[in-house]
Design a protein around this ligand. Structure first.
Ligand code: PXL
Length: 272
């Protein structure tokens, strides 16, 4: 009989988006594509409502059920085996408190935080209490954070980011306040032909560029894919900066191979 093998592992703590375009489904596909064994603690269930402009129907998972999932995972896989966690949508201050509590009990070498405040189509105002809880309780425990344009403004406490200099200044500010490596995403929100991201850690500040694809069409699931690819690369032993560069390439390929459906947005294909 063949002996069992040791595999790189990563955990995602994230929500389900039923159509598979965002959330934990994206994370697990991304891990798989990297040869990383994925496990998952589900925080919420999002079901878009086709009869209400594809708005979000959102159901949080009970805090005790989140704790149960994480107990099973962290008991099965000790710190020597599972050292990388990716955090996606938490959704409510109570869920944030629950996850932050578990992170304080069981340390991970790499905590990749995709600071999901709102999903595409939601009102920015809905994010305020989530924003405050995330900043106070989870961000200080993150080793790597991947804010999009809106989240970068929110976490840096600035009103606008219109160019790469402002994006860099905001990313530095988030790095200085959190200590985490920061990959701040300009996406399609900055002018120019390139999708520009800024990477900042204690040693370096780097601007990452890739040509905007399809006239800068916004594709759902790109943020989840990017953070999950960073986590997968870290699980494979990459440095944070190498993980950032590789993840941007992975997302660019996935956006090129994007998939459409009867929903009003296209989604990243991680299998490209
Ligand atoms: O893309 C952000 C995101 C993350 N996680 C879940 C989501 C969304 C956006 O829809 O539903 C579960």
């Amino acid at each position: 009989m063949a002996t069992s093998q040791t595999l790189p592992l990563a955990l995602t703590i994230a929500g389900s988006e039923a159509t598979g375009g965002a959330g934990a489904q994206v994370d697990l596909r991304t891990f798989q594509q990297h040869g990383v064994f994925g496990c998952m603690a589900l925080t919420c269930i999002v079901s878009f409502d086709p009869n209400a402009d594809w708005g979000h129907r959102f159901v949080p998972v009970e805090p005790q059920v989140i704790r149960d999932q994480l107990e099973a995972i962290t008991t099965a896989y000790g710190p020597d085996q599972l050292d990388v966690v990716k955090i996606g949508m938490l959704g409510t201050p109570v869920t944030i408190e629950t996850v932050a509590g578990v992170l304080r009990e069981r340390t991970f070498g790499h905590v990749v935080l995709d600071p999901v405040l709102i999903c595409k189509g939601q009102e920015p105002g809905a994010a305020l209490d989530t924003d405050e809880a995330l900043t106070a309780q989870v961000l200080p425990q993150a080793t790597f954070v991947t804010p999009n344009h809106f989240e970068t403004m929110s976490l840096a406490g600035v009103d606008r980011i219109d160019d790469v200099e402002q994006l860099t200044a905001a990313a530095r500010r988030i790095h200085e306040s959190s200590g985490a490596a920061v990959l701040a995403k300009g996406g399609v929100h900055l002018p120019g032909d390139d999708a520009v991201d800024v990477y900042v850690d204690a040693e370096r500040t780097e601007v990452l560029r890739a040509p905007k694809i399809g006239d800068g069409v916004q594709v759902a699931g790109a943020g989840c894919t990017l953070a999950a690819a960073v986590a997968a690369q870290l699980a494979l032993g990459a440095t944070p900066f190498a993980a950032a560069r590789s993840a941007k390439e992975f997302v660019t390929r996935g956006i090129e191979a994007r998939m459409s459906s009867s929903a009003p947005f296209q989604v990243v294909w991680q299998g490209a």
